[in-house]
Write a protein that binds this ligand. Structure first.
Ligand code: 6GU
Length: 221
């Protein structure tokens, strides 16, 4: 998979993909991540990428030209162009799974007070990572990349994500490791029983119980 990220703040990505699982996926050439400063694409002699809004109002608005031209230069047959914006579809694990199967993602990070509405016309999808406002789409794009890359074949053991929270709209069951007793808190007996059927039933029950308590909205789905 190739992921191209369009931003005015490429420095924000310094180090973020240089650790742990994402770094390994890059080293193993399962994913290539490129950061593009769309200021490099502006035809404005002063390198401007924004302007005042028609009709008046506070702040500056990102103009079409640099973003259109940057996307044009990157777009392939199999590209999915995603606009990172708080008014997009709220991001969920199901979407992460779908995107993990794509060949090429182009993520556009909005910034400042907004972007020209016509930028939406070149996007296949608009995504928000939750109901709060960030200063720009950069952090949201990092969240997307992390959640997508870990689901790509071979990046982590399949077993580690078939039981992830949110699969089947259930939260994770509790897990324990050694020691058996820590500060008086014991590991549930069933996990020590060696009875795999019982263990599976227990985990399913705990998942359900936890989801009921913490996220009843998920069970309604
Ligand atoms: Cl994608 N962008 C911004 N600026 N704020 C957000 C967001 C995106 N998702 C949630 N809040």
């Amino acid at each position: 998979m190739t992921i191209d990220i369009l931003t005015l703040f490429p420095n924000m990505y310094q180090g973020i993909f240089d650790e742990s699982i994402i770094k390994r996926a890059i080293d193993e050439k399962r994913v290539e991540i490129n950061i593009h400063n769309f200021r490099d694409y502006t035809l404005d002699p002063h390198k401007k990428v924004d302007d005042t809004p028609y009709g008046g109002g506070a702040g500056m608005v990102l103009t079409c030209q640099p973003i259109f031209d940057c996307v044009k230069s990157l777009r392939r047959e199999d590209s999915i162009v995603i606009l990172m914006t708080p008014d997009g579809e709220v991001y969920k694990q199901k979407r992460a799974y779908e995107l993990s199967k794509c060949g090429h993602l182009i993520l556009i990070c909005g910034h400042y007070e907004g972007f020209d509405e016509r930028i939406r016309s070149i996007c296949d999808m608009e995504i928000s990572i939750g109901d709060y406002v960030l200063t720009g789409g950069e952090l949201a794009s990092m969240v997307l990349v992390d959640s997508i890359v870990r689901l790509m074949p071979g990046v982590i053991e399949e077993d580690s994500h078939v039981n992830d929270s949110f699969n089947n709209n259930l939260l994770d069951y509790p897990t324990y490791t050694k020691p058996r007793v820590y500060e008086g808190m014991e590991v549930p007996e069933v996990l020590l029983s060696g009875d795999h059927k019982k263990i599976e039933e227990y985990r399913r029950e705990m998942s359900l119980q936890r989801t009921k308590e913490r996220r009843p909205d998920l069970l309604e789905k």
